[in-house]
Design a protein around this ligand. Structure first.
Ligand code: PLP
Ligand code: COI
Length: 340
């Protein structure tokens, strides 16, 4: 693909081939050299633990072309830390943060021509992933691992972009268990969310809002994003040990505090949605995707949130502040960007 053939402003959230990806393998107790390759394929043993027992973890972060022409990677070190936690969760070999950061910087630099131009609204999505590659038939951790980082220029995750969409609650499926893998970025969590996600899409919803898997009383998160709401001028977001600690959500919590809002991370009973003035799904891919309405498919109850169908003022301000930092339009007072 030639980057000059890309229609930057109309990119969807999808895979676009780029020039290179970078790889590193852990073998004989150590991480080997970082390799660059143009191949989009992996030569994998058919008994690899990634294929049978789900030893697969990943990350998602973004690079932006700023107003000043510089390349900024958002919260690189936070993603490096999180994938270490995911690795520990599945007894995989953690990728040292220095290797993670070096590989991400290298793959972004090597694919510089695929970074969408400033003002296009698009960004370069960075997808690091780690897989267990040793052949096993018994359920045991691998002793060898491959870590790969590839990139793809992307547009908005929800095709509506920054427009409110409807999401739904259903009790028929859980994506994770109460003490399960929800706190890590594990491929299997997403496998477990596909049936519910497809059902939601077929009914016209952009995502599923999961309830806590133990009691099904409290809000947890969306399939690909955390959830927050604005209630009585406070930023509220679920505290739960079955959700992914979203770096975007943490950033919004800080920005909310910067705006003078109180932040509450706590259990949020689903009924509380009757009293919120704004709500959004938030994540690297989703950024902040305002929620118009949450429909409970089991009870028939509809929680109408964006009464005028427009994004609320606090969500809009949070979104604008985050984008301004990512694009270098405003001072990065929290030191979130890595400038290449
Ligand atoms: N929750 C889930 C299940 C996700 O897949 C993601 C996406 O990464 C998030 C939350 C948001 O996390 P972050 O803001 O770190 O991208
Ligand atoms: C992200 O926001 O980075 C994600 O991983 C969401 C997703 C596409 C699963």
């Amino acid at each position: 693909m030639k980057s000059n053939e890309l229609d930057w402003a109309n990119l969807s959230f999808g895979y676009v081939p780029t020039d290179v990806n970078v790889r590193c393998t852990f073998r004989d107790g150590q991480w080997g050299p970082i390799e660059e390759t143009a191949s989009e394929h992996i030569n994998l043993h058919m008994a690899a633990t990634a294929l049978h027992y789900g030893q697969e973890i990943f990350e998602g972060l973004k690079a932006f072309r700023g107003k000043d022409g510089k390349i900024r990677i958002f919260r690189l070190e936070e993603n490096a830390k999180r994938i270490i936690e995911s690795a520990k969760g599945l007894m995989m070999e953690p990728v040292p943060a220095e290797i993670f950061c070096e590989m991400v910087k290298r793959v972004v630099k090597a694919n510089e021509r695929f970074i969408p131009p400033y003002g296009s609204g698009a960004s370069l999505y960075i997808r690091p992933l780690e897989i267990g590659i040793s052949a096993r038939v018994g359920v045991k951790p691998s002793s060898e691992y491959t870590f790969i980082v590839f990139v793809s220029p992307v547009g908005p995750y929800f095709k509506e972009g920054f427009k409110p969409t409807n999401i739904c609650v259903m009790r028929e499926f859980d994506r994770v268990a109460p003490k399960g893998t929800g706190r890590w970025k594990v491929g299997g969590n997403y496998a477990a969310s596909i049936a519910a996600g497809e059902k939601a899409h077929s009914l016209g919803y952009s995502a599923v809002l999961y309830l806590d898997p133990r009691e099904k009383k409290y809000l947890d998160e969306c399939g690909p994003a955390n959830f927050f709401a604005i209630k009585d001028g406070k930023y509220i977001t679920p505290a739960s040990d079955s959700i992914l600690p979203s770096i975007t959500n943490k950033s919004f919590m800080q920005l909310a505090r910067d705006m003078g809002l109180e932040v509450e991370e706590r259990h949020i009973p689903i009924e509380e949605l009757d009293y919120v003035s704004e709500a959004a799904a938030c994540g690297t891919a989703a950024v902040a995707s305002p929620v118009a309405e949450v429909d409970d498919l089991d009870t028939g109850k509809k929680y109408i949130i964006a009464k005028d169908g427009k994004p609320g003022p606090v969500t809009t301000e949070l979104y604008n502040r985050l984008r301004a930092i990512q694009l270098g339009e405003t001072e990065d007072i929290h030191g979130w960007n890595t400038i290449l």
